[in-house]
Design a protein around this ligand. Structure first.
Ligand code: BGC
Length: 709
């Protein structure tokens, strides 16, 4: 009999339930090793895993309590949110998504896993795979942006990076795909709000990244806080048991979100905590994070026949199997992982990831900065804001490891005079710094204006109803723009910002998001032209909040927008187009595409097609371009989106270089869910659209026929 089965046989019901309990250590780096109650709970065999704890000594002390101090010595696993790096902090996922580079996504996750495993972490609550189309939602920062294919590719890459080839490898950590599912569709972008999307939207948009996660061998899945058409995900038997377990064959651990089981009461689907515990377990949730509902109430639920012992056994088995896969029974302290790693190499990767994540939104011939620039005024509250560079969810990252924008520029431009004034705070109402900042800026050759959000303004519980610049920053920017000195504006943020007024008036605008430790150096690399910007937007930027939700893959309407016809789908007071479309992002070069063709032009429903285009770099810089392939099913039994991303190619072009670029798609790329949500391909015409962003005007188009034979 396997170790797990014989262990299960020797466990009491309480010990089995204990394995289902996941508690926070509530530790800050300088705090006590574990809370007193946590210590007592672990000793009593009532804890299966601990999270929010890092550092070898702290981990070892907690592990000793379980592995050496409990009757059966079942080790704990240690969980932590590692969204964009552990010690070395990389760009936030939404920014990194813009690199459109699965290898980069994997490498940063690998480094995060190495650093975290080194400190005893065995599981992370990442990747976050919530497709999000509402920038009011602060958690848009944590995920892949608006497109399901990007989310799928990110799921695969991040899981490979965290888990590597095998979970028991000393530097592997278990990944948790979250938040299952459609959490990003929170009503009006308000965190934790209810979600009500169609079955079709689930299957087309929100489920694919989780299916990819399961196929990639993801060890765990976390249901979201949200309800879905009235059913909280923590109690969603159909999606957890039927879809994940039965249809996809997911055999990993389902871990509740923080106090989400107890919240079933507040949702209004459970009368008390016993009810809540029973609902969650019956739905398929194996572990209870911080509700203490399982340890406190499952015994009663069992006695009252609300749950079966078989469900407790199955959940405990899955937790024990995870521990076995992680090698924790043989090496509870994961001592082999303690080997050294090169922090310098990790910081180099952080710099590369950061510059690959910077999106050049506009540039009226001011960037890269001319070699003649002698005096630069760096103005704005984000210029010298070390801790803000980390962004939300920075794990064990530290402000002192961050390079500020000001430092990066001073370091990169030793022969320039770089003067600085914050001008205003990020959020406060004090305008007294604006005039002195303008005075300082007046004599400069160029102003680098560093605006944006504080790191705490995105991430969890950080929705904003107005997504402009907070505090007095707009006033600062208007006055700085009025000096007449050319302005390069940098936007640090966890979301798209509605700043069309700034884009109209600044000579260049860059989305610099939250780039992590090496923010300042990466930004200087881009401004000076040492790195030619290559990132593209993984999310549409609206002009105004009123356009939200706005995303490229919208469906047609019977009255498509037409500027000359009032009775079409439009606003009276705003254009329908976004400020910047999905995929937008400039470089210092210019690639022109021509001669789009498909070969063959007819394929059968099990065939493949090659999409071919000629591309030439007509600029003077070496450039890395992303060429997107979109598809539209012209006539189908269900109205299809106007464009769906089906693939992309990233290519480096030297100045003047011409290349023929090809991407192969198999016919299943042209399928969509039928009325039973099973993929089907309807023969007919498909428009193939290729280009550098999702603005239809900028795309080349051709037609592919799919035949029925
Ligand atoms: C968040 C999760 C996170 C968990 C543990 C929750 O509040 O929604 O994303 O993994 O806390 O920190």
């Amino acid at each position: 009999m396997s170790r797990v089965e014989s262990l299960l046989r020797s466990m009491t019901i309480e010990e089995k339930i204990g394995q289902l309990n996941l508690v926070t250590a509530g530790q800050t780096v300088t705090g006590p090793v574990v809370h007193v109650e946590t210590t007592a709970e672990i000793r009593a065999g009532r804890v299966g895993g601990v999270f929010n704890l890092w550092g070898r000594e702290a981990m070892a002390a907690a592990q000793k309590l379980a592995a050496e101090g409990t009757r059966l010595g079942v080790p704990l696993f240690f969980g932590l949110d590692i969204l964009h790096g552990h010690r070395t902090i990389f760009p936030i996922p939404l920014a990194e998504a813009g690199a459109f580079d699965p290898l980069l996504w994997e490498r940063t996750a690998r480094v995060a896993a190495i650093e975290a495993a080194h400190e005893g972490v065995s599981l992370t609550f990442a990747p976050m795979l919530d497709v999000a189309r509402d920038p009011r939602w602060g958690r848009i920062a944590e995920g892949p942006g608006e497109d399901p294919l990007v989310a799928v590719k990110m799921a695969e890459a991040k899981i490979r990076g965290f888990q590597d080839r095998a979970l028991e490898a000393p530097t592997s950590i278990a990944a948790t795909a979250k938040h299952f599912c459609a959490y990003g569709a929170a009503t009006a972008g308000r965190d934790y709000a209810a979600v009500d999307v169609s079955e079709r939207a689930l299957h087309e948009i929100y489920l694919p990244p989780f299916r990819a996660a399961v196929e990639a061998g993801c060890a765990a899945i976390m249901p979201g806080f949200n309800s879905l058409a009235g059913v909280p995900m923590t109690a969603h038997a159909r999606l957890l048991r039927e879809y994940l377990r039965r249809d996809l064959g997911f055999d990993g651990v389902i871990i509740s979100d923080y106090t989400a089981i107890a919240e079933l009461i507040e949702h209004g689907v459970a009368g008390d905590l016993t009810d809540a515990a029973a609902l969650a377990l019956r739905a398929g949730v194996d572990m209870d994070m911080m509700s203490m509902a399982y340890v406190r109430r499952l015994p009663e639920a069992l006695a009252r026949g609300l749950v079966d012992l078989a469900d407790v056994d199955a959940a405990a088995r899955r937790v024990l199997l995870l521990k076995e896969r992680l090698g924790l029974f043989d090496d509870p302290y994961r001592s082999i992982a303690a080997g050294e790693y090169s922090r310098a190499a990790h910081r180099e990767l952080a710099r590369d990831a950061a510059r690959r994540s910077i999106t050049l939104l506009s540039n009226d011939d001011i960037l890269p900065l001319s070699a003649d620039v002698r005096r630069i005024a760096v103005i704005g509250p984000l210029a010298d804001a070390r801790a803000e560079m980390l962004g939300p969810w920075y794990s064990a990252g530290a402000a002192e490891d961050c390079v500020t924008i000001l430092e990066g520029l001073r370091f990169a431009l030793p022969n320039c005079e770089v003067v600085f004034h914050a001008g205003a705070g990020i959020e406060d109402d004090d305008a007294s710094g604006i005039a002195p900042a303008c005075d300082m800026a007046a004599g400069a050759d160029v102003i680098v204006l560093c605006l944006g959000e504080a790191e705490k303004m995105s991430g969890e519980a950080a929705s904003r109803a107005m997504i402009g610049l907070p505090g007095r920053q707009r006033e600062l920017a208007e006055r700085i723009l009025a000096t007449g000195v050319p302005v390069v504006a940098l936007l640090s943020s966890g979301r798209p910002l509605a700043v069309s007024w700034l884009v109209e008036r600044a000579r260049a605008v860059l989305a610099t998001w939250f780039l992590g430790d090496m923010a300042g150096h990466a930004i200087a690399d881009v401004l000076t032209g040492r790195y030619n910007p290559s990132a593209r937007l993984a999310v549409t930027w609206p002009r105004e909040v009123g356009q939200i939700p706005i995303f490229y893959a919208s469906r047609s309407t019977g009255r498509p927008w037409n500027a000359d016809n009032r009775y079409t789908s439009r606003y009276l007071d705003l254009p329908v187009e976004p400020l910047f479309p999905f995929g937008h992002g400039l470089s210092y070069s210019h690639v022109v595409l021509s001669n789009l063709r498909v070969a063959p032009s007819d394929i059968s429903a099990d065939g493949t097609v090659e999409i071919v285009i000629d591309a030439q770099n007509i600029g003077a810089f070496e450039t890395e371009e992303t060429i997107f392939v979109f598809v539209r099913d012209v006539v189908a039994s269900i109205a299809r989106p106007l464009m769906e991303l089906k693939g992309w190619v990233k290519i480096v072009f030297s100045p003047g270089e011409s290349r023929t670029v090809a991407l192969t798609l198999s016919a299943d790329s042209f399928s969509f869910p039928d009325e039973n949500m099973k993929p089907k391909i309807e023969p007919g015409q498909f428009e193939i659209l290729v280009g550098l962003d999702a603005d239809r005007k900028n795309l080349l188009a051709t037609v592919l026929n799919i035949t029925s034979t």
